[in-house]
Design a protein around this ligand. Structure first.
Ligand code: ATP
Ligand code: MG
Length: 280
């Protein structure tokens, strides 16, 4: 009978991002397996240490932070103005997004008390801030935010409880140009990442209705888009036509790096810039 690495050993190697074939190796005895595991773990640890030292001594910035900077710069050049708004929002703002109890996303909200929660999306604050800016600025008005959003998720390879959203919105896009413009804006952002191999997929959003999603070559959702005029607009006293896109930055990273496991690139105390931190 042959034996393979134990589940604990396999998990540790996965955590260390080890992609070598030896993870599925077969052994004749337990002693052989232990010897092979020690050797493999040592190699995996060395690889992580190398990555971390490169960060500490050379690049100094995790890819998540670098990506935020690059995308912000690219959008500034396209005439988008950046805003930064609170992660704590009111129940009223959620209700205006139709998240009122019957909506599935409502169950994913982290409540702080009966009236406030951690935002599960950037859209409500963008609506609120944009409404004010429209009082003095001309259309088209281009606004974006990059910031943390929070959702109760059973964390898998694609979902985090805290993730970084880039949400852009262009108010005043002519009606007949909306689809074209959405594709153009998605392309601008993805070029800046860069991710070249992606496509658009028609999707139904519980908040926005029929919409286009941006998906990676492997079929992973990278962004969802939306357009207006939309029934939700009335609650914010907005009546112009518009286009908007929400990207998940950690998803963009995991796709660009052709890695598995979104948590490696997330805000974390266990991982730093794709590398495992406990490598003593
Ligand atoms: P999914 O169907 O994959 O759970 P979603 O449609 O609920 O995602 P949206 O509300 O459309 O997500 O959010 C816009 C983008 O934010 C998504 O396309 C994705 O890139 C990212 N995103 C959403 N939820 C998460 C999460 N829990 N962790 C990481 N990224 C996320
Ligand atoms: Mg979506």
């Amino acid at each position: 009978m042959t034996i393979t690495f134990s589940e604990t050993q396999k998990n540790r190697l996965t955590d260390l991002g080890w992609k070598g074939a030896s993870a599925n190796e077969e052994f004749a005895t337990a002693e052989q397996r232990e010897r092979a595991y020690k050797k493999t773990e040592k190699a995996a640890i060395a690889q992580n240490r190398e990555q971390l030292l490169q960060l500490i001594n050379e690049t100094h910035q995790p890819r998540l932070c670098g990506l935020q900077q690059d995308l912000a710069l690219c959008l500034h050049e396209e005439g988008f103005t950046q805003v930064t708004t609170p992660a704590i929002i009111s129940k009223v703002f959620l209700e205006r997004m139709s998240l009122d109890g019957s909506h599935p996303l409502t169950r994913q909200v982290f409540w702080l008390d009966s009236k406030t929660c951690l935002r599960p999306m950037l859209a409500p604050n963008l609506y609120a801030v944009s409404r004010q800016i429209m009082n003095f600025a001309k259309m088209p008005l281009r606004i974006f935010e990059i910031g943390s959003c929070f959702r109760k998720e059973s964390e898998g390879k694609l979902h985090l409880k805290e993730f970084t959203m880039l949400n852009l919105v262009e108010w005043g896009t002519p009606m007949e140009e909306r689809t074209e413009r959405l594709k153009e804006l998605a392309d601008t952002v993805l070029r800046a990442v860069p991710i070249r191999d992606y496509s658009f997929r028609e999707e139904f959003s519980q908040v926005y209705g029929d919409a286009l999603d941006v998906v990676s070559r492997k079929g992973i959702e990278l962004a969802s888009t939306s357009t207006g005029p939309h029934p939700l607009d009335a609650a914010w006293k907005i009546s112009c036509s518009w286009v908007g896109i929400g990207f998940g930055l950690e998803r963009l990273l995991v796709c660009r790096e052709e890695d598995e496991g979104i948590h490696r690139y997330s805000k974390s105390i266990s991982f730093l810039d794709g590398a495992r931190l406990n490598i003593k």
